[in-house]
Design a protein around this ligand. Structure first.
Ligand code: MN
Length: 345
């Protein structure tokens, strides 16, 4: 199953509603579908959902890497997938979503050739995972109506974006907690707070009895001292997202006792580093969640198989396909809040 070609296709996806996180609003997203063509007639597929904000990625630069990567992996047997992983690991960390797409395409080809499903390749611990759904930053009334819709859809975990205005954030989280019982809240500041603001936030929502189970990336990426300060001054578990992309980032964070949680996103790490981060976190007793960028149904399928197969995650934030217009699940099916990995392709 020798690799003979690599094809990239740009596809534009529109958000159903503008996606507003701390200091960023997105209306649409362009992803890359990668096809890894082998001489056996099998073509593996993968998706890259690039992020300038998190990965420093730029779409034209990624597209221009096609020949570079093809030359590096051409002639390799896709069955020897670690050889493909190693080549991609040598590329810059500012193309990690592309690394992910090519690595997954190799695994997809491997699975087609052996007749197993990707979730089985990843270990087969589970066949489905439960996802949360995300609420953008917005006025209080809008937040309430968004959460109402999500709760009506049956979701048990709601992820709320915060990080632009401490006072309004506390008001939004407290109001949602008062109004909707029997849900858990993941709160994500996307680097928007200072350490002291984050501590004030955690203290306020804890004192009000809000069911916040995790505070994600309260402080800027490079403020590791701040992150540690928040972690040790918050009754709510604190997680790292933007500041963990590679296995080396994860190692530094667990070694320094900086976090309770790490949010793995395949688009930040690729499969190789995501697998390594799972082992690093487990060794250190740090919990894991899995998140997403703006993957379509194709890219979310990658994460569903990865998350179900490894069974490594406490929380699953795999909702971007629900927030985009022109896409549907690929390789999995959704029944309510549950995402089921297909057993066969
Ligand atoms: Mn996050």
């Amino acid at each position: 199953m020798k690799i003979v070609d690599l094809q990239f296709e740009e596809i534009v996806y529109k958000y159903i509603k503008p996606f507003h996180i701390a200091n960023n609003i997105a209306l649409e997203k362009t992803n890359i579908t990668v096809s890894l063509v082998t001489d056996s007639g099998i073509t593996g597929k993968g998706e890259a959902s690039p992020s300038f904000r998190v990965n420093g990625e730029c779409l034209p630069a990624l597209m221009a890497l096609r020949l570079e990567i093809l030359h590096a992996i051409k002639g390799m047997d896709a069955m020897n997938y670690l050889q493909v992983f190693d080549v991609l690991d040598r590329f810059s960390t500012t193309s990690s979503s592309l690394k992910m797409a090519v690595q997954y395409a190799a695994i997809d080809a491997f699975c087609q050739n052996t007749g197993i499903a990707p979730y089985q390749f990843f270990g087969g611990r589970k066949e489905n995972v439960e996802t949360d759904k995300t609420v953008s930053i917005g006025p209080l009334e809008e937040t309430i109506s968004d959460v109402e819709a999500i709760v009506t859809e049956g979701f048990n975990i709601v992820k709320m974006k915060v990080g632009e205005d401490l006072k309004k954030d506390i008001e939004r989280v407290v109001s949602v907690s008062d109004r909707f019982r029997n849900i858990s809240l993941i709160v994500d500041a996307n680097t928007g707070y200072t350490a002291k603001e984050a501590i004030l936030f955690a203290e306020a929502v804890y004192r009000e009895g809000c069911p916040v189970v995790l505070l994600e990336q309260p402080v800027p990426v490079n403020d590791l001292d701040g992150l540690k300060l928040v972690r040790h001054n918050s009754m709510i578990p604190v997680g790292a997202d933007e500041c963990v992309r590679t296995r080396f980032d994860a190692y530094r964070l667990v070694k320094g006792d900086y976090v309770d949680f790490i949010n793995i996103k395949l688009m930040k790490s690729g499969l190789s580093d995501a697998l390594a981060i799972i082992d690093i976190a487990k060794s250190a007793g740090v919990s894991l969640m899995i998140g997403c960028m703006s993957e379509s149904g194709l890219g979310i399928g990658q994460s569903v198989h990865f998350a179900a197969g490894t069974g490594a995650f406490v929380y699953h934030d795999l909702d971007s396909h629900m927030l985009l217009k022109n896409t549907k699940p690929v390789g999995f099916s959704q029944h309510g809040t549950k995402l089921f990995a297909f057993k066969v392709r």
